[in-house]
Design a protein around this ligand. Structure first.
Ligand SMILES: [Zn+2]
Length: 61
């Protein structure tokens, strides 16, 4: 699932336990709370949400 932090930026969180996974995205990652792997689909969703956020803010990534 994707949360938005108070600044409006998206944050990727674990589908299984709801914790926020990590500060950075590597090729392979898993939840440090429950070990649930991060799927490519989740990473894609996160990147898409981030792109929307940048566009809203007028930020060039
Ligand atoms: Zn988890």
């Amino acid at each position: 699932m994707i949360f938005r932090n108070p600044a409006g930026a998206p944050e990727l969180a674990c589908d299984a336990c709801g914790c926020r996974w990590f500060d950075r995205l590597d090729d392979k990652a898993e939840c440090y709370e429950c070990g649930e792997p991060v799927s490519e689909k989740m990473v894609e969703e996160y990147k898409a949400a981030l792109a929307v956020f940048y566009k809203e803010k007028g930020i060039e990534p």
